[in-house]
Design a binder for this molecule. Structure first.
Ligand SMILES: [Zn+2]
Length: 384
């Protein structure tokens, strides 16, 4: 089978119902293709029982020199009501110039395009580029036993990478118009307030935690988060939940809690935010009646430093796509956050208009375009 055409590869991957954290046959396909290309490949698993996650890794070419890492995830989010889809979500139907189905943009097409791009390079030059490929099956889930563990594992075994293209769907209007060169950090915490339960008609015999929680949250809304950082949107805090769980109208509850999340730019660190919040809360209420549970491990903010190689890669995308990519740091997080500690990384992939939606689909012309972009980037890396 020729591997230079990404369409049948994307279709085969999309017909595996790999809802997080199942790989559902995707890795057997990847293994077969990378075997055919002459790569060494392996499935590397982390976690036990239900927490177990399988990850795929393949590499070839370049000896001990740092390789180009192409990365992504084969897991997809659930389909929702399948009867609402024009074509069954795992049928990978081609119609009206589109490839339809779950994972069409997020992000099995990217992985198929990466394989096709490697195959085209090999066809042109008669040998493999200095390249590695990594795919996890837990990016859309809790992401503990996926890329977060795979990269340190590979580093400990002597694998080094000079640059990484993570194939998330970053494009807005046309393929290549936006790439992500950094991400905000994410700080999550739960604030608990302890009171004393009692009859609502006898408040002097109880301690209501709800007004205390409201005062604390009001203070957090005014936490000064105004340090700017170039190329990043402002840091901001959102209250995402307030939980009392009290069905009785005549009872003062014993406890109340709330969840907050901060998306922060690199002007802040996770520890600094924790200290700022603790100090602010301690000014409002007695330390003995509240506690702050900060979710770990932290998700740090990062920016990929501008280097001659990054500039060349961006210029290559612009030339191939016919549009100058915006260098963005907004939006949600991606596995790039686990890769950035090991090598410069950008997210670059197809359009995101239909991701996680009913009738997710990619234009066939976009699938070809992203393949050409990856192939051109492989060429640039090989020659740099
Ligand atoms: Zn994704």
């Amino acid at each position: 089978m020729t591997l230079t055409n990404p369409l049948p590869l994307a279709q085969q991957l999309m017909r595996c119902p790999s809802i997080t954290p199942r790989e559902a046959g995707c890795f057997a396909l990847l293994r077969q293709w990378f075997d055919q290309l002459g790569f060494t490949s392996d499935v590397i698993s982390f976690g036990d029982g239900d927490a177990r996650v399988d990850n795929f890794f393949a590499h070839a070419g370049g000896g001990d020199h740092p390789k180009l890492l192409l990365s992504g995830h084969i897991d997809v989010v659930p389909t929702g009501d399948e009867t609402l889809w024009t074509y069954p979500p795992f049928s990978a139907t081609v119609a009206d110039g589109y490839l339809w189905g779950r994972g069409a943009c997020d992000m099995k097409s990217s992985l198929a395009a990466m394989v096709a791009a490697v195959a085209r390079h090999k066809q042109t030059y008669g040998k493999n580029p200095p390249l590695a490929f990594a795919a996890t099956s837990d990016e859309e889930g809790i992401a503990i036993n996926g890329t977060a563990k795979l990269l340190p594992h590979l580093a400990a075994r002597g694998h080094t990478f000079g640059f990484c293209i993570n194939g998330e769907p970053t494009s807005n209007r046309v393929v290549g118009d936006t790439v992500k060169v950094g991400r905000r950090g994410s700080f999550s915490a739960t604030l608990h307030v302890q009171g004393r339960q009692g009859h609502v008609a006898y408040p002097q015999l109880a301690q209501n935690p709800v007004p205390v929680l409201l005062n604390l949250l009001q203070a957090l809304r005014h936490l000064p988060l105004d340090k700017p950082f170039a190329q990043f949107p402002p840091t901001h805090l959102e209250i995402t939940s307030i939980d009392v769980g009290n069905p009785a109208r005549n009872v003062i509850p014993a406890t109340a809690s709330a969840n907050v999340n901060i998306r922060y730019n690199p002007a802040y660190t996770h520890d600094e935010l924790t200290e700022m919040i603790q100090a602010m809360l301690a000014r409002i209420a007695d330390k003995n009646i509240f506690s702050l549970h900060v979710v770990t491990p932290p998700t740090p903010a990062f920016i990929t430093q501008n280097t001659p190689l990054l500039e060349k890669m961006i210029a290559t995308i612009a030339r191939t796509a016919g549009v100058t990519p915006a260098l963005s740091t907004d939006g949600g997080t991606s596995d790039a956050r686990f890769i950035q500690a090991f090598c410069p990384v950008i997210d670059c992939g197809p359009t995101n208009a239909t991701i996680h939606q009913t009738n997710e689909r990619i234009a066939l012309t976009d699938l070809e375009k992203i393949t050409e972009i990856y192939a051109a980037m492989i060429d640039v890396f090989t020659r740099h």
